[in-house]
Design a protein around this ligand. Structure first.
Ligand code: SAM
Length: 324
């Protein structure tokens, strides 16, 4: 069977998925509402929502519980048995996943699947969207339901709502648990052949990287998340453009030459897709076609610098502690 003939088991079970997968015409770029992350670092401490501002009640219905699970990046093939078990056993499943086909697939596992996507809207402040998502899940937990929140990738990686929902649930006395998933970071290591242990690897949200002065180590890998949103400070838009990315280029230029080659990476979300791995010089970023699911991988531009003093101290220790 040739690769294009292959129809995965989930797709055979879901007619719409079969058509969808066979055509392979959809990719995340067309999904306006790919779940985004709006980190706590963007929100001043005084205005951060807490369990008390979101809901004042304490646990009066002890049966409620929350599990936030990750289903990985590639549809059907990354889900763990534990995540599947949480989904199947839940009384209500909420989803913030990468596209509609994933929701169809989840409905094969549980009849009560509710999308969190409608909470997103162009122009709506994302902190409000995330608070509403947490509230939607917590309303069912407080009603005594076994609730499962399903998130694409890893639910705890660049994802605000799952962390917040678990915190709120625990503060209110409900059992709450996070089940890890295969994140886009994991896919990136596999597809780009990067071992983060080799020279080290730094990860930043692209906008945070621009807004704050970071100690960048150009001897290590640098991974910039949400690069399609680089410089987006309003919390209301789903992308920025060349002028914003030129600012990113200027920040990167403090550490890297203009012709340093970087990779725009997008992991496959459907089994028949190939990952996007597009190499370009840093100076080409403003004109690059970037969307909400792209990640930027910047390789090191210089050798590791030896710390001779520490090396000598350790060598002396080796001599001093040598047996015999
Ligand atoms: C809100 S974060 C969610 C990450 C997700 N929780 C995970 O575990 O991968 C969204 C960002 O993750 C990265 N991302 C999401 N999907 C991706 C994909 N298919 N390939 C590469 N990076 C992806 C991009 O940097 C994107 O802007």
């Amino acid at each position: 069977m040739g690769q294009t003939d292959y129809v995965p088991r989930y797709a055979r079970a879901i007619p719409a998925a079969r058509v969808f997968t066979a055509k392979c015409s959809f990719h995340l770029a067309s999904c306006k509402a790919l779940p985004l992350c709006w980190g706590d670092w963007r929100t001043p401490p005084a205005s951060r929502p807490s369990a008390t501002t979101e809901h004042k009640a304490v646990n009066t219905t002890p049966n409620g519980s929350l599990a936030c699970v990750g289903i990985g990046i590639t549809l059907g093939s990354h889900i763990s048995p534990l995540a599947r078990s949480h989904i199947e056993k839940a009384e209500v499943v909420f989803t913030a996943v990468s596209d509609g086909i994933v929701e169809l697939w989840l409905r094969e596992m549980n009849p009560d699947v509710r999308s969190l996507q409608p909470y997103y809207a162009e122009g709506k402040p994302r902190p409000q969207t995330y608070r509403e998502m947490v509230e939607a899940m917590m309303t069912e937990v407080r009603a005594g339901k076994r609730v499962c929140g399903v998130f694409y990738g890893h639910p705890g990686v660049f994802a605000w709502a799952p962390h917040r929902a678990i915190k709120v649930a625990r503060e209110e006395g409900y059992p709450a648990h996070m089940e890890p998933g295969i994140s886009s970071e994991d896919c990136l290591y596999a597809d780009l052949g990067i071992d983060p242990g080799k020279v080290g690897c730094q990860h930043f949200d692209a906008t945070q990287f621009m807004l704050f002065r970071r100690n960048v180590d150009p001897g290590a890998w640098l991974i910039l998340w949400q690069v399609g949103l680089a410089g987006e400070q309003t919390g209301r838009r789903f992308g920025t453009g060349p002028a914003y990315r030129q600012v990113l280029v200027d920040v990167l230029r403090r550490h890297y030459p203009a012709d340093h080659e970087v990779t725009v990476y997008r992991a496959a979300t459907l089994p028949l897709q190939a990952p996007r791995m597009e190499r370009l010089p840093i100076s080409g970023l403003p004109e690059a076609d970037l969307n909400m699911s792209d990640t930027l991988a910047v390789p090191p531009c210089r050798e590791l610098e030896a710390d001779h003093e520490v090396q000598q101290r350790l060598a002396l220790l080796d001599v001093a502690t040598e047996p015999g």
